[in-house]
Design a protein around this ligand. Sequence first.
Ligand code: ME8
Length: 682
Amino acid sequence: MSEKPKFYLTTPIYYPSDKLHIGHAYCTVATDTIARYKRLQGYDVMFLTGTDEHGQKIEDKAKAAGVTPKEFVDNIVEGPRGVKDLWKLMNISNDRFIRTTDGYHVKSIQRIFKRMYDNGDIYKGKYVGKYCTPCESFWTESQLVDGRCPDCGREVQDAQEEAYFFRLSKYAGRIQRLLEDTDFLEPRSRVHEMVNNFIKPGLEDLCVSRTSFTWGVPVDFDPGHVVYVWIDALSNYITALGYGNDQYHDFDRFWPADVHIVGKEIVRFHSIIWPAMLMSLDLPLPKKVFGYGWLLLSGGKMSKSKGNVVDPYILSEMFGVDALRFFLMRTFPFGSDGNFSNELLIQTINTDLANDLGNLVSRTTAMVGKYFGGQLPAGCGATGEEKDLAARAAAPETIGMLTAAVGPEKFDAELISLAAGLRGRYQQAMDAYAPHKALEEVFALVQRANKYIDENAPWTLAKEMEANGPRLAHMMYNLLEATRICGILLTPFMPGSCDKLFDQIGACKDCRTWDSAGVWGSLSTTAAVTKGDNLFPRVDMDKALEALDQAEEAARKAQLPPVEVEPQLSEQVDFETFCKCDFRAVKVKDCQPVKKSNKLLRFTLDDGTGADRQILSGIAMYYKPEELIGKTLVAIVNLPPRKMMGLESNGMLISAVHTEHGEEKLHLIMVDDAIPAGAKLC
Ligand code: ME8
């Protein structure tokens, strides 16, 4: 028995410093689609993803949240609606999930660091430069753009400390040749950027240890130093296979990786630092790094700090996981940036899934049900001539359609040749990491099949079943076959929906395979066809957008701290100044809204002096005037008078304020009614 070919592919390991957003889902779905495609083709696949949990950013966030860094990352990775839950919901078929806090990985990192130290590639020196905390990146003065981090544009801090360095400079020549002379990095446009911006100006040695924080892998032979987070993170691709540990034993089987799929801003780490590390460790290099583009929102990068992240949970729950997966792969050319919008998502669902694919399946299954009771007659399948045509159309050298026939057979010939050649065209696109192009090819067939229905007008043929029955049955068979081939090739994108599609058209296990996608006529003519539920219901744009707004707002609020209070002032007030404030108990004699103001209430107060005191207070959104009459409140009474909306206010009522789920709350301070009006508070 011959061994299956191997395919090892990875996503970046994500920082669990915040909940993941649609950009992370985009990358993971793309990698999952490729993994499923390779499995469909019969590869023995290893698909790795995980989380990159060390570094100052996480240490700082944990501190702010009042938990340990491990508790902090545990919650985001393993907790409810965390990273692992999200991948499960999105039907991600990773074979392994690595956390860089896993004990086996930590041990491997220490061994990797020591090995590079022992072979002279890591040495001790002094680091003087700039550090960007959010990016966990060191920069030299010359790399800064306008004095700021060249990646994120934020401010950088001075940094100077004793540190270990990696001799990156030693590998500059080999890396330049790797980038320029091979297909190691794709798309090719990224090569230019790497060589011109990073290698040609002179590759400097890289600072690979830190002493200013502790949340990292300790350098075991020099306590106090932790390993630079990128050395720790990049190594995940080999430690997860068992390099330097006994947890796994797949290194010889799967290394070198076939492809690392990474976002464009981390191409630098993967195409310069990572190969240099592997060269230093004397290990083979991955075959490819593919740098894909970003999903932008209103033209800008999504980021938690900008508050413009899109939650893949909400979208999956609202539109279905497969619709979201499909949209991500169909709409944005994988190597370039794309503009995400909810409108575009809904449009794609309605056009491609509901109108085109959904309609093809439901019309075809409904007609087989209506005209043939759900089972076509035996003998209506592919003719010998059609099989020949399909074989010719599937041959790699045949790209154009073969349309020699005339009459209804012309439509058959067009449909069959397009369907038969589809697998080859799809494969070409998928192998070039262009899933959007693969889907374009599939949808050309979906659209051709829908047109085929209109061209043949089956409803007219069905009026005279006796004469037209065989033609109608053959036509239905062709539609089922075209649908089946589309279903197979769509499976990596929408696994759940394609299973349902196969059930509806009666496709057996053997005619759901990669091989059978290349053979026209694989479906049994007498398969049981059932019109099931609509695979992709149409979405009402306005209603869905409104529901999304509400769901996003609710999710945003749920993430805010339940109660927040203003930090206490550090500046002190001297006792005498404080004693100058005259706080008194006051009783509300009357309270009225102020005309033309939706904020102000006008209080008439008994302050114990015998004369009424008028105070205006901007609390109309918190209280109804009538509910305050008779209450005993606290006022500061020796503030100078102020005019508001033409009325004079003599003092200020004292309230307590805090924020609850992001919303400001206010409570007037009310005291015991037994306290007489005018009593001094001290
Ligand atoms: O970079 N559109 O982690 P990360 C598309 N831990 N992709 C996006 C995106 C967007 N709007 N936002 C982020 C790290 N990404 C490191 C990786 S690998 C050894 C260590 C992508 O969580 C981003 O481009 O910040 C990157 O590829 C991935 O999400 C992880 O980003």
